[in-house]
Design a protein around this ligand. Sequence first.
Ligand code: TEU
Ligand code: CA
Length: 590
Amino acid sequence: ATPNPWWANAVVYQIYPRSFQDTNGDGIGDLKGITSRLDYLADLGVDVLWLSPVYRSPQDDNGYDISDYQDIDPLFGTLEDMDELLAEAHRRGLKIVMDLVVNHTSDEHAWFQASRDRDDPHADWYWWRPARPGHEPGTPGAEPNRWGSYFGGSAWQYDPKRGEYYLHQFSRKQPDLNWENPEVRKAVYRMMNWWMDRGIDGFRMDVITLISKHLDSHGRLPGEVDSELSEGEIGEEGYTNASPFCSDGPRLDEFLAEMRREVFEGREGYMNVGEAPGITPERNEFITNPAHKELDMLFLFDHVSIDQSPESKWDTHAFVPKKLQDRMSRQQEAVRNAGWASLFFCNHDQPRVVSRWGNDSDRESRELSAKAFGMLLHMHRGTPYIYEGEELGMTNAHFTELGQYRDLEAINAYRQRVEEARCQSPESMMAALALIGRDNSRTPMQWDASRYAGFTPADAATEPWIGVNPNHVEINAAEEFDDPDSVYGFYKKLIAMRHDNATVATGEWNLVAADSEQVYAFTRTSGDDTILVVVNLTDRSAGLPGEVAELLGDGVAESQILLSTYDVAHGVKSIARGELARWEGVVIQL
Ligand code: TEU
Ligand code: CA
């Protein structure tokens, strides 16, 4: 078999620059802040840093609306700061991948401004459609009766200058690029090569599976006839965000293979991960199969949507461990023989797993459940991603006022669902925001117990851009850094196992106890080396599944327990008793 690529036993750490470390007291994180924290990241043991966007941007969607791909937004610093960060990271053996947002640009990008003139060479770089003012393109009668954007409202925005509508699957300040146009693709590849030549180590590709749209024989988007609904009219389903979801279009593989050839052919030591809403585990295998030369791995979403209804993410349900096991198992099965998996629960769009599915109500519950989910994730086969603060057991924000939220997705959804369509009560919407709103993961990184958690200098004249979680006084890096029993200490052990234990890194995954409602158990095998991972994903004790007891025969010795969410003696006793305590997870050498 071909040797495993370097990233097969790497661990990636996602930094949300806006919330990571502010060094100039303006309340917003910056590049110099990241550079100042590289020793902390090197000590944690991660291999790759993924930076959410720091390019020039109006910040409508916190930088995912880019107006200049080849410059750094002054909020975060300068290109020189970026070069310094790259040099300092590489000096420590850390790689850096940047966030590539090319399904759309900002409406303030020069390309879009030029495209507003029908006679300009950029006229066909976006999705423009003529329509009677007030009647944007859509599908009268059929479901959805009009295309909606992820951020609510119509996915079509009328531009008075050009006298036509343009498509934006996200905010109206994020017009979709037209990837059917080879000039667009060439410009994107040119920019990517400019960054690779500058020394970055690859990209995380934002909603890359949306770049190929489904078109009919006339090159039209599905069901493109004038809509009966007037501009801004709210559809019967509450609001028009039945997103067009142009995911996995017919030319996706072609575009990804072309990008690979044009940018990465001949380069070494890089890594590319694509964000893939709407992609099935089986399609993940095809796209990440090295034989197809497309992408190294993808972020799938079917395991992090188990507590939301398909119609609306704001319609939430309780966490069901069995659903998580079903979804993660399917992802693992799909790449058993080829392709690769990314492993994540947290990122800047997802709430913090310890609050979402664990128990953050007191210190012991929070530490135990944070460790249980950390063990579950990191012992799977694939490349694990840690989101800033996840290694500390940071929790959701627990905001109580709408005014505390910053994310346009949250604010739009509240306005549309509660105030306009009245399809959700204020209480239920505020509860949904508190559980899964994206801002939950965007509160400032908690470095210490000082006024602004060490994120912004305590004597800064400006408050941080978003509230600091009051629990930073007990949950912070300074508190946990030297404590081997802290969540931070536990994550260090998980990362070390990924590096030092070949079975953890690339061993075959096999589910054990498929029917268990509380306990997720699986083995990892390479050659004659097998480890067994058993995690009780509930806040109450759980009987040891029969299949696990069978594998363990007459109990285990302390020396066999490689890691426990409690301690090894507790693990030996629990297994002997045939009962796992709440959030008890053990990794056992068979
Ligand atoms: O996310 C795309 C995406 O699918 C998320 O918007 C997610 O589905 C949504 O929040 C519902 O949970 C990427 C970026 O990660 C996100 O931050 C951007 O807002 C979005 O694309 C547009 O660039
Ligand atoms: Ca700053």
